[in-house]
Write a protein that binds this ligand. Sequence first.
Ligand SMILES: Nc1ncnc2c1ncn2[C@@H]1O[C@H](COP(=O)(O)OP(=O)(O)OP(=O)(O)O)[C@@H](O)[C@H]1O
Length: 239
Amino acid sequence: MSPILDISDLSVKVGGSHILQGVTFSVQPQGVTALLGRNGVGKTTTLKAVLGLMPRTAEITGRVGYDGASITRQPTFRLVRQGLGYVPEDRGVFAGLTVAENLRLAERAGTAPDYDTVHGLFPELRKRARQRAGTLSGGQQQMLAIGRVLLNPNRLLLIDEPTKGLAPKVVTEVAAALQAVAAVVPMLLVEQNLAVVRRMARHAVVIANGRVAYTGGASDLLDYTEKTKALLGVGKGEH
Ligand SMILES: Nc1ncnc2c1ncn2[C@@H]1O[C@H](COP(=O)(O)OP(=O)(O)OP(=O)(O)O)[C@@H](O)[C@H]1O
């Protein structure tokens, strides 16, 4: 199967540091590919570089293919229209607007918004339609951030640390919803919670020292304690 995303020799220099130094990997057109690595290794930078969201001062080289065509240096709005959905780490919901207003803002001209899917996955968003997003819990804000992206058709989702800072019960809830989504849309998932990775991901890519240090089966990586420990800085007992 041809990959849905093909990143080749991606290099990013910003603010004097050479964050990515020739990153090459691909994302399969089905299921979840986990993008892993220690803190600060460049996972978010990888997603942002693909999406054209790095600051103008960043020096970026390399190639990105999406569904067989080059998208290197294409503007973000065009990528989003081509079905690349992005849920950023900071969630980016508008705190002063209600849940319904946040969702309405994400509607795209010419496309029927899929409220059935969003409310089916996250009934809480319908119940809390009139609540200001800034007063939602972290988990509810994450659901809103994911829901916003799912209103429109996606061919690949890039999701950055969706369970970060959430209570264990909410982690399970968000992971279950994402798993349901991943049955339909392929996903590149940055995730530090290795129990979530184990449950969701079929493939894994690990970045270390600016390069790809592992690509292969997620369970192969996580089952091999020494490798996991060396690449991710954790042991089996810690996830
Ligand atoms: N705009 C920027 N200017 C300067 N340095 C940056 C910029 N963006 C990221 N960095 C630096 O690049 C490195 C990689 O950051 P990035 O957020 O991509 O890592 P990460 O693997 O996603 O980390 P985490 O797991 O902590 O979220 C960090 O040292 C960060 O401080």
